[in-house]
Design a protein around this ligand. Structure first.
Ligand code: ADP
Length: 361
C-alpha cells in the first residue's frame, strides 16, 4: 500500500482545495492567510486572489476585532494546541453566518510553532433552527403561564357566587322540604348536589393550577410518605402492600397527592363486591427511579390508555364511579415537574399498573 508521503505535498494541497463543505486554510504566525480552498470561496465569498495575504481578522465583526477576539483565539491555539469557537462571522457581501471554527497550531521538527490551520464550518441553519425552537419554547411557556393564570382566576372567581348558590339552595331545601311537592324536593336536592360537584371541580382546578408554584424541593423518604398516605386512607377495605421505596429529592406535597390519586383510583375503579389489592414498588432504571402502582381493578381498554391523562377525561358516568376527571392530569403535571414520565399498562378485567419515573439524584 502507498504511504501519504508517496503522493507529495501537491496531492494534499489539491485534496484540501477541492473540499467544499469546510473552509480549510493555513495562517502564518501573525494570522495572515496562506491558502484558500473551494469551501472558503463558497462559505466566505472571496476569491483566492482577493484574500491570500490578508489577515484573518477580516472575517470578524468590528466588535470582535475591538475586543481582540481573533488574536485571543490564536493565543489559545498557541498555548493549548487548539482553540474552538462559535460565533457570527462576516462574508464578503457583509452578510453574517454562524461559524464553528477550530484553530490548531502547526509545529516544525524542532517543535516550534510555525503557523496555524483553521477549519470553519457554516452552522447557520443549525443556529437558526435552535433559535426558532427557543422562540417557540418561550411562546409555549408564556401561553402555558397565561393558561394557568386564566384557570386560576376563572376558578377563583367562580367560587364566590357558587358558594352563595349552594348555601341559598341548602336553606331553601331546609325551609321548604315537605311543604312543597315531592318533585320540588327532588329538584332542590339535584341543585344542591350539582353545586357541590361544581365546588369540588373548582377546588380541583385551583389545585391543578397551583402545582409547582411556591413549593420547595426536599429530601423525601417515600416509605414514610406512603405510611402517611395509608394512614389518611382510613376506612378502606383495600389491601395495600408497599415494598421498599427509595429516598428521593422532590416536592413533598405534590408527591403525596400523586400517590393518593393513583392509590385511590386503584381502589375506586373496582368491580362491586371485589376487594381491591394495591401493590406499590420502585426500581432503579438508569438515571431514574421507576415507581409502579398496581391494582386488580376493572382495567382500561387500550384505546383509552393515552387519553386518560387529559384534563376532564373520564371513561365512566358519574353514576358508575364518582370523580371529576382531573386526578390523572394532576398526576401527569406532578411527574413532569419532577422531570419524569407517567404511563399505564392495563388488562381490562384483570387490573392496571401506573408507572412513573422521577429523576435519580
Ligand atoms: P377521576 O378519577 O376523577 O375520574 P382521573 O383523571 O383520576 O379522574 O382518571 C381518569 C379516568 O381514567 C377515570 O375516569 C377512569 O376511567 C380511568 N382510570 C384511572 N385510574 C384507573 C384505574 N386504576 N383503573 C381503571 N381505570 C382507571
Amino acid at each position: 500500500m502507498k504511504k501519504m508521503s508517496d503522493f507529495g505535498t501537491d496531492y494534499l494541497e489539491n485534496a484540501i482545495n477541492e473540499i467544499e463543505d469546510y473552509v480549510i486554510i493555513l495562517l502564518d504566525l501573525d494570522g495572515n492567510i496562506l491558502n484558500w480552498n473551494k469551501g472558503a470561496e463558497k462559505i466566505k465569498g472571496y476569491k483566492a486572489e482577493e484574500i491570500i495575504g490578508t489577515n484573518f481578522t477580516i472575517f470578524y465583526s468590528m466588535a470582535d476585532r475591538h475586543s481582540h477576539k481573533p488574536l485571543q483565539l490564536l493565543e489559545v491555539a498557541r498555548k493549548n494546541g487548539r482553540a474552538y469557537d462559535e460565533g457570527w462571522r462576516l462574508r464578503k457581501d457583509g452578510e453574517s453566518f454562524w461559524a464553528g471554527v477550530t484553530i490548531t497550531s502547526i509545529h516544525n521538527k524542532e517543535n516550534e510553532i510555525i503557523g496555524y490551520s483553521k477549519v470553519t464550518r457554516d452552522l447557520t441553519s443549525r443556529k437558526r433552527e435552535e433559535a426558532a425552537l427557543k422562540r417557540l419554547n418561550e411562546v409555549l411557556q408564556s401561553q402555558n403561564k397565561e393558561m394557568e393564570q386564566f384557570v386560576y382566576i376563572a376558578s377563583h372567581d367562580l367560587k364566590e357566587p357558587l358558594r352563595t348558590i349552594s348555601s341559598l339552595t341548602g336553606l331553601l331545601g331546609k325551609k321548604y322540604s315537605g311543604h312543597v311537592d315531592a318533585e320540588g324536593d327532588q329538584l332542590i336536592k339535584y341543585i344542591v348536589e350539582a353545586s357541590l360537584r361544581m365546588q369540588n371541580l373548582i377546588k380541583d382546578l385551583l389545585d391543578f393550577s397551583a402545582i409547582g408554584i411556591n413549593t420547595q424541593i426536599s429530601t423525601i423518604d417515600c416509605n414514610l410518605l406512603l405510611e402517611g398516605v395509608k394512614r389518611d386512607m382510613h376506612a378502606t377495605n383495600a389491601t395495600i402492600t408497599v415494598h421498599q421505596l427509595p429516598v428521593i429529592k422532590g416536592y413533598e406535597i405534590e408527591l403525596r397527592l400523586l400517590f393518593q390519586n393513583l392509590i385511590s383510583n386503584g381502589i375506586k375503579f373496582q368491580k362491586k363486591g371485589k376487594s381491591p389489592i394495591i401493590d406499590i414498588s420502585a426500581e432503579r432504571e438508569g438515571n431514574y427511579w421507576k415507581f409502579a402502582i398496581k391494582d386488580n381493578g376493572i382495567g382500561i381498554e387500550p384505546e383509552y390508555q393515552d387519553k386518560i391523562f387529559m384534563l376532564f377525561k373520564r371513561l365512566h358516568s358519574r353514576d358508575e364511579y364518582e370523580g371529576t376527571g382531573i386526578g390523572l392530569a394532576h398526576c401527569k403535571k406532578i411527574v413532569e415537574i419532577h422531570k419524569g414520565n407517567i404511563w399505564v399498562e392495563s388488562k381490562p378485567g384483570i387490573g392496571t399498573t401506573f408507572y412513573f419515573t422521577i429523576a435519580y439524584n
